[in-house]
Design a protein around this ligand. Structure first.
Ligand SMILES: [Fe+2]
Ligand SMILES: [Fe+2]
Length: 326
């Protein structure tokens, strides 16, 4: 029997279910590589427990006061954003378990990833409370607010969009933890966040390699997904209380801003996968590739303007500080 052209199109079209099946072998390989690369580490070893003491309330200890914190004001803002983002893990688990499934190699990855991410929230919270780095009451209220709101992925409609998003997002999280540690003012905090950033990097590598395989088997669809995700990218913590205000401080402080987003997050993944040089695309893939290239140029131009504004603001701050000191 000869299939009518319309039927043939339907039978060979990629669906999420077919893509998940087609990528299962790659997931197996990447999972294997990940498990070999990921060294076990103990969150409790990174927390200076000897600095801890009772709080007020049930234990009758001292209430928290900002003078007790050894972390910089910028570090406090960013640590809270990073921790609340990690705290929303149940919602992320739900999103990826629903998308990728809980069976086979995909399921093993989903559960392993969740276990590793769980360690991040535990370690950061233990550090913050033992060292009295941030207000524990405000932190708990923000956690309740943020988790009660839940998190819904912008990309739940498409498997390829989901893979593309997490490839960039894991790298964004890595950079954000690393830079937060760098600006925290506490070497112990920097050490802990560097350890967490290392986990995030391995997550990025897993998804980036998966995205490479997707570009090989479904180049036009994967290219369109990458374009959409890059153009509409926003951090998973965007819904948390006071996010815009915190994000502005984090940007000016040099932890995460347009320049960093362009240079340290988007470009490395796009370059590694040679996304903008990929050949053999169909019309839709080619159009997506061109639009992605234009978007990246525009983003770079925006980042140049941001750099100038940031430099001017920091110079003004330095001048004010100098006048106060003099
Ligand atoms: Fe994490
Ligand atoms: Fe991660």
């Amino acid at each position: 029997m000869t299939l009518a052209p319309a039927q043939r199109t339907v039978s060979t079209a990629w669906t999420d279910a077919r893509l998940i099946l087609a990528l299962e072998e790659v997931v197996e390989t990447e999972l294997d590589r990940h498990l070999k690369a990921a060294k076990e580490w103990m969150p409790h070893e990174y927390v200076p427990w000897s600095q801890g003491r009772d709080f007020d309330g049930v234990m009758g200890g001292d209430p928290w006061a900002v003078e007790q914190s050894k972390v910089t004001p910028l570090g406090r803002i960013s640590l809270v954003v990073n921790l609340l983002t990690e705290d929303n893990l149940p919602s992320y688990h739900h999103e990826i378990a629903t998308m990728f499934g809980r069976e086979g190699a995909w399921g093993t990855w989903v559960h392993r990833w969740t276990a590793e991410e769980g360690r991040h929230g535990i370690a950061i919270r233990d550090y913050l409370l033992a060292t009295r780095a941030v207000d524990p009451v405000a932190l708990e209220r923000a956690r309740m607010d943020h988790m009660s709101a839940g998190f819904e992925s912008d990309n739940a409609h498409s498997m390829l969009h989901s893979v593309a998003y997490v490839a960039f997002q894991e790298l964004a999280t890595r950079i954000s933890h690393r830079n937060t540690g760098h600006y925290s003012g506490d070497p112990l905090c920097e050490q802990l966040l560097a350890k967490i950033a290392n986990d995030e990097n391995l997550h990025m590598v897993f998804y980036r390699n998966l995205l490479r395989a997707a570009l090989e088997i479904a180049p036009d669809l994967a290219m369109q997904a990458i374009r959409d995700v890059v153009v509409e990218f926003r951090m998973p913590g965007h819904g948390m209380p006071g996010f815009e205000r915190s994000a502005a401080q984090i940007a000016i402080g040099g932890i995460y801003n347009l320049r960093i987003h362009h240079d340290d997050v988007l470009q490395p993944v796009l370059r590694h996968l040679r996304v903008l040089e990929l050949t053999g695309l169909g019309p839709a893939g080619l159009q997506a590739q061109q639009e992605l290239g234009l978007f990246m140029d525009g983003l770079n131009a925006q980042a140049v303007k941001f750099d100038e504004r940031q430099a001017a603001l920091l110079a003004r701050r330095a001048a004010v500080a100098g006048r106060k000191a003099g």
